[in-house]
Design a protein around this ligand. Structure first.
Ligand SMILES: NC(=O)c1ccc[n+]([C@@H]2O[C@H](COP(=O)([O-])OP(=O)(O)OC[C@H]3O[C@@H](n4cnc5c(N)ncnc54)[C@H](O)[C@@H]3O)[C@@H](O)[C@H]2O)c1
Length: 245
């Protein structure tokens, strides 16, 4: 039975990835800060709830030990968003966003990769964002962290390929789930954002989970160091929004 640990799997995209993985036959570790919610997800998919703070090394080590085996796949998905213009961002907020979204990717992936190396290989998928490719309003700290996730993942893929560990990132766009769901409850925001997407709709958690399961699978066995945007094409559309005359 293949095995996968998904961080931040108590809700949103992580929960959906965990559900897809369980359906695909994985034993899934549902890792989250929030144990009760993780337990609910784990119970519903027949997985194992693991409590850890991804910024806290000992708690993550314990969670991996509790899982009982080296995961074939790690999905570093846990993340937080703090919005605001850079002029108003407090140093504490900036550091916290970098800690949870970027430093944690290093910490958790290192723990996984050391074990995967001994086990003969593995696959790591790190969650970035289209904000890690292009800046957007009020997302300075978040965009910085998510850009770092792409750079860090490429570095990991270079250093760990020799151990048969593939490392890739996913950069979701306007996804109607998780941390962005409240934002899209406003019908005006929804219409504006949907119409800016070349595919003319918001993305779903399933769209992101499908990509994660593809990257985890043997179909992607020769893909490493890649970033896949799951955004309906929106990141490429800036110049198309401007009329020629
Ligand atoms: N929803 C979107 O539109 C969107 C778009 C681009 C990227 N993303 C990224 O996708 C990932 C998942 O986001 P989501 O939208 O599902 O949000 P979410 O808030 O629903 O899920 C995040 C999960 O991470 C957990 N978490 C937060 N801090 C943690 C910590 N220190 N240790 C362990 N777990 C922690 C939370 O408890 C929560 O369950 C994030 O990395 C986010 O940046 C989301």
């Amino acid at each position: 039975m293949p095995t996968m640990i998904v961080t931040g799997a108590a809700s949103g995209l992580g929960k959906c990835i965990a559900e897809h993985a369980a359906r695909a036959g994985y034993k899934v570790g549902v890792l989250d800060l929030r144990l009760e919610q993780a337990q609910l997800v784990a119970e519903s998919i027949g997985g194992m709830a693991l409590q850890a703070d991804v910024t806290d090394l000992p708690s993550v080590e314990r969670a991996f030990d509790d899982f009982g085996e080296t995961p074939d796949v790690l999905v570093n998905n846990a993340g937080i968003l703090r919005t605001g213009p850079l002029l108003d961002h407090s140093p504490e907020d900036f550091r916290r966003v970098l800690d949870v979204n970027l430093t944690s990717v290093f910490l958790v992936a290192q723990i996984a990769a050391r074990r995967m190396k001994n086990a003969g290989g593995g696959c790591i998928i790190n969650m970035s964002s289209i904000n890690g490719i292009n800046p957007s309003t009020q997302c300075g700290a978040y965009a910085t962290a998510k850009a770092g996730v792409i750079a860090l993942s490429k570095q990991m893929s270079m250093e760990w390929g020799v151990y048969n560990i593939r490392v890739n990132t996913i950069a979701p766009g306007f996804i109607d789930a998780g941390m962005q769901a409240p934002f899209f409850e406003n019908p005006d925001v929804r219409d504006l954002r949907s119409s800016a997407v070349p595919l003319k709709r918001l993305g779903s958690a399933d769209d992101v989970a499908d990509c994660a399961l593809f990257l985890a699978s043997d179909k992607a066995k020769y893909i490493s160091g890649e970033n896949i945007t799951v955004d309906g094409g929106v990141i490429n559309s800036v110049l198309m929004q401007l009329p020629r005359s």
